[in-house]
Design a binder for this molecule. Structure first.
Ligand code: C5P
Length: 298
């Protein structure tokens, strides 16, 4: 196999409920993930044994580390070690469209894509479920980006239960001028908030199953929102603009600062997108639909 190309989505959290911390300092989560059509592309080519190279192009590429600390090369090394791939070596080229440090799991998505790409490149024949435990070792969001769709996440976010949904969600994503560090947002949450119950509202699951987009929009929720807004107060104005333009609901995506606005049609998403685009508080606007599949070979 000369080259493998994998396309991987980003995610929004329709609900993110944050509970107690475990002994390692990770929070127990109850979340509903949805994979959305803002994709990164990961190209993997065979390289000399022991050589794990990484190049980023596109959105935020210059801010990303390309050494052994990057999740992409860590994913490839973990797969090679676990499955005893002799003479493993790989050259990655990642085209970024998912915002860096935006709360949309861009780094986790690239790691999920690297697992899928190397599985194919090295002819390992592993299924998505076989890759899941390796993904969970790499990060809490990585397993979901392997599977995609819409799913409940429990534990640290890695214990997944797929959800049946009806219809298409049209999302408008307002990207911020600067990123937020996930650990910093969790730290601010710990400083200002008590842990909460992590059971996802059954009404949200019913609305998803019935294709009731307005109902889903009313039930969007994120326990990290107050912490993200206290670190980036301008986000309150971004939410006001999007909701004023007719979005059915809004939510801080993951640990932020991306704000996701839910619409029930492409026409409404264009209208909300236009209103946000002219705001100086918004760096860029992207439109996406969900749910979409997880990391897939092109
Ligand atoms: O799992 P991942 O490496 O993506 O998590 C990044 C950071 O987010 C962790 O270092 C931790 O600070 C925080 N986190 C958490 N509880 C979770 C998931 C992430 O506190 N369940």
């Amino acid at each position: 196999m000369a080259e493998v190309v994998v396309k991987v989505p980003s995610k929004v959290n329709l609900a993110l409920l944050v509970g107690e911390t475990d002994p390692e300092g990770y929070h127990r989560l109850g979340t509903v993930f949805q994979a959305v059509s803002l994709h990164d592309e990961v190209r993997a080519r065979s390289a000399e044994p022991g050589c794990f190279r990484l190049t980023f192009r596109g959105e935020g590429a210059s801010f990303l580390p390309v050494d052994g600390t990057n999740l992409v090369t860590r994913a490839a090394r973990l797969l090679a070690e676990t499955h005893r791939v002799r003479d493993a070596g790989v050259d990655f080229l990642v085209h970024k469209h998912i915002p860096v440090a935006g709360g949309m799991a861009g780094g986790s998505a690239d790691a999920a894509a690297a697992l899928v790409a190397c599985n194919e490149l090295w002819g390992l024949g592993l299924r998505t479920d076989d890759l899941h435990p390796l993904a969970a070792q790499l990060g809490s969001d990585v397993p979901f980006l392997l599977h995609g769709g819409t799913a409940i996440g429990a534990g640290r976010g890695e214990q997944l239960r797929p959800l049946r949904t009806t219809g298409t969600h049209h999302w408008v994503l307002a990207l911020s001028h600067s990123g937020l560090s996930t650990p910093a947002v969790f730290k601010e949450f710990d400083r200002t908030t008590s842990p909460r119950p992590t059971q996802v509202a059954p009404e949200l699951l019913t609305a998803l199953e019935q294709g009731d987009v307005a109902g889903v929009a009313q039930l969007l929720t994120n326990d990290l929102a107050a912490a993200a807004l206290s670190l980036q107060p301008d986000l309150a104005e971004v939410i006001r603009i999007g909701m004023g333009a007719g979005a059915l609901g809004s939510v801080v995506s993951g640990s932020g600062p991306t704000i996701a606005f839910l619409c029930d049609s492409e026409a409404l998403s264009l209208q909300v997108g236009e209103a946000l685009r002219v705001s100086s508080r918004v760096r860029a606007v992207r439109r996406a639909v969900g749910p979409v599949p997880g990391a897939r070979i092109e």
